[in-house]
Design a binder for this molecule. Structure first.
Ligand code: C2E
Ligand code: CA
Ligand code: CA
Length: 562
């Protein structure tokens, strides 16, 4: 029994850090000896000082569990045992039963406190494990990843570490559609595949329900995995007999090149992952130059609310020309930020960031107010033109949208039929049912609605038929090289045919040369917009452009011989 007790004490002893162990043993022993001395010095066990022995007994039990409590109980009992007088002044010894009783009591208390302490420790260990792992799959979570990475990177000579963060883009959608149990089964297959693809020495963590981290021991190991991922890319998963495609965006960062600490490495890999997710490529490696741009743009975003207040957001317009009459019949309103330090800032520097926040709704309101005011001014000057404004996903979710549009139209004396709203396919697809209803509502109120950047999104043609839009804007990607690229010619022609068969107006965007204008006119496209017609400009410059064109057209009519 003594042997097992000693063995258990050793096991607990071994599990405690060295310095703390030695300090605790010394403290317990000194306290026990000091108590024995105090008991002796204050007159023997007859007096209350002997209860002080509970302190080292309890301390030992807390530190080393049951074995510690038992040993300290027996030790303390013996120290106050047969050799300790009942009363030092008379030299009277204690009765044997007396000290055996006490020893038993100390030992019992030591054992009980030890049991409690062991329970508590086990519970704390479980809590610690849960704090660092996922109970479902046993993988490390974010806290566990940071702790382990930190340990790797802290050493005197930290090794090269590559961290990848993989965002499973459509996992939440899968979960929402098929239920969370199904989603978990998909996730477990993804994890199995990741474990299969990871090279020896690499380890995984699940840092968010749809975000997986992998730590590689070297750049070569990471490269090997990248090749394996590319090879396995098209393999879909089969879950409950259903083929499931999981779309992933992967960001990679490397230490010590990109980061000095675990936190920083994680941050850099996450930034790269966001680049991958925003469509630059499926796998992105961290790049400090890009990051500076993102940081600059975020700083820029911070100044946006004040900029709106101070009226620094301006609207420029780009003409839309009717291909049949060659007249400018409308414009697309495009935002420009007239920044006091940076000059004119293009929307690509702040719109994507603003779209991530509800600030985009304030931007939309400012935009609508300016654009409608411009349209009212053109009409007053004798040049009535339609105006189109861009709406992003959050604008479409904004319950105030229809109200804002109608209120501003009324204020400036515009009819909704003079206003077009441009929405991209991807914005509509974010919540197709809601957007279909909203588009219907806007159309009922008389607004025109165009699908922007048509051709690059994923909406099905069947779905398009269900949307009550009034126009399609063919994406610049197909139009800019139209004159020379025969495959783009085929695409544009078929989009035009599709739009015509659905009774939709068509706008070709990004028309840069006359040859493309000729082709588009021949194929029956309704409007052209692009640098080849007009570059975006402030409202008064647009008006001058329109007036000049009209004067030229009038001249041509008045002098038909030319
Ligand atoms: P978009 O709606 O596709 O607007 C067309 C963009 O293409 C404009 O860039 C325009 O200047 C540019 N562009 C027009 N013709 C040509 C051409 O012939 N060649 C080339 N290379 N480019 C041409 P801009 O003004 O920088 O706007 C970029 C994007 O910012 C817009 O793309 C739109 O998505 C967004 N945006 C602009 N204003 C607003 C706004 O008020 N609200 C929202 N939500 N987004 C806006
Ligand atoms: Ca647009
Ligand atoms: Ca566009």
């Amino acid at each position: 029994m003594h042997v097992t007790l000693l063995r258990r004490a050793r096991a607990i002893f071994v599990a405690t850090p060295d310095g703390a162990k030695i300090a605790t043993v010394l403290a317990v022993t000194s306290l026990a000896l000091a108590t024995a001395w105090l008991v002796h010095a204050t007159g023997g066990v007859r007096f209350a000082m002997l209860h002080l022995m509970y302190v080292p007994v309890v301390l030992s039990a807390l530190a080393f569990g049951v074995p510690g409590g038992l040993l300290a109980g027996i030790g303390g009992g013996l120290l106050l045992g047969p050799l300790m007088p009942q009363d030092t002044s008379t030299g009277e010894l204690q009765g044997t039963l007396n000290w055996i009783y006490r020893l038993t009591f100390f030992t019992l208390i030591g054992a009980l406190v030890g049991i409690g302490a062991q329970h508590l420790r086990r519970h704390l260990r479980e809590m610690q494990w849960l704090y660092e792992h996922h109970p479902d799959n046993g993988l490390l979570n974010l806290a566990g990843l940071i702790k382990r990475l930190d340990r790797m990177m802290r050493g005197p000579k930290p090794p090269d570490v590559v961290l990848s963060i993989t965002q499973l883009n459509n996992l939440l959608e899968i979960q929402n559609t098929f239920g969370s149990a199904f989603g978990m089964r998909v996730l477990s297959q993804v994890l199995e595949r990741a474990q299969r693809l990871a090279p020896p020495g690499a380890w995984l963590a699940l840092v968010q329900p749809d975000r997986l981290a992998c730590v590689f021991p070297s750049a070569a190991a990471a490269q090997l995995t990248r090749e394996r991922i590319e090879a396995a890319r098209e393999e879909s998963y089969v879950v409950d007999g259903l083929p499931i495609h999981v779309e992933a965006s992967i960001g990679v960062a490397q230490a010590p090149e990109h980061a000095k600490s675990a936190d920083e490495l994680l941050q850099k890999a996450s930034i790269a992952m966001h680049w991958a997710a925003s469509g630059r490529s499926r796998i992105s490696r961290y790049d400090s130059a890009n990051d500076r741009t993102s940081r600059d743009n975020l700083v820029l975003l911070g100044g946006l609310p004040d900029a709106i207040e101070r009226g620094e957001l301006q609207v420029w317009h780009q003409a839309k020309m009717s291909l049949a009459s060659r007249e400018v019949t409308g414009t697309e309103a495009l935002l420009r930020w007239n920044h006091p330090q940076r000059g004119v800032v293009l929307p690509s520097h702040f719109i994507p960031q603003a779209e991530e926040t509800t600030l985009i709704n304030a931007v939309m309101q400012a935009m609508v107010a300016c654009a409608f005011a411009d349209a009212a001014a053109w009409r007053a000057a004798g040049y009535p033109m339609r105006v189109a404004v861009n709406l992003s996903v959050r604008n479409l979710m904004d319950r105030m949208l229809t109200d804002v549009l109608e209120r501003n139209a009324q204020r400036h004396g515009l009819e909704p039929s003079e206003i077009d709203l441009e929405v991209t396919e991807s914005a509509v697809m974010a919540d197709p049912d809601h957007c279909a209803a909203l588009i219907s509502q806007l159309r009922d109120r008389g607004f025109g609605v165009a699908i922007d950047d048509f051709g690059v999104g994923h909406s099905s043609l069947a779905y398009l038929q269900k949307l009550r839009v009034s126009a399609l804007k063919i994406d610049q990607a197909f139009v800019r090289t139209l004159a020379t690229d025969t495959s783009n010619q085929k695409i544009v022609r078929s989009i035009l045919q599709l739009a015509q068969s659905l009774g939709l107006e068509t706008v070709a965007e990004g028309v840069e040369d006359d040859a493309s204008l000729v082709l588009l006119r021949e194929w029956g496209c309704d409007y052209a917009q692009g640098y080849g017609v007009h570059r975006p400009a402030p409202s008064h410059e647009l008006l001058q452009f329109v007036a000049r064109r009209r004067a030229i057209a009038r001249d041509a009519i008045n002098r038909p011989d030319r």
